[in-house]
Design a protein around this ligand. Sequence first.
Ligand code: RP5
Length: 168
Amino acid sequence: MPTVGIVMGSHSDIPVMKKAGLALDRLGISYEARILSAHRTPEETAEWAREARGRGMRVLIAGAGGSAALPGVVAAHTTLPVIGVPLKAWATDGMDALLAVAQMPKGIPVASVAIDGAENAGLLAAAILSVSDDEVRESLESFRRERAAEVAERDADLVARGLVGGDE
Ligand code: RP5
């Protein structure tokens, strides 16, 4: 049974939204991914959101571009936490989606990550799950340690080679 639900408004969102799946894969968290649109398939979207908790999901991630109604619509049909991913679509470099996600009216909250910030959506979903799941907490801690080790390695390389004259 999937623990996280990832939904996006269009197949054109897959290249960015797959980063949420990659982050969850890396942490050993199961998920299902769907294409459901707030305006093109409103009934299916509502049904999926309504059934998510009963199907075992604990956090939902919803990505959409344009006026980005999807995260708010999903949140309207569930009391699970919803993380919105504003996506760059055809105009405004994603600012339209960012405002639609972040400026939800009171009563139905949606957490927002950065524009195209699908990887962070996966990590935030993991952090939410880690509150009650020690295995996820340990996976997240190990992921953070790996990131810190990478920075330390690059720092050591920079110190050794100097700022000018290295490969990068
Ligand atoms: C939104 O409109 C989707 O989430 C997508 O980001 C954007 C463009 O969709 P397509 O026209 O590529 O299907 O509904």
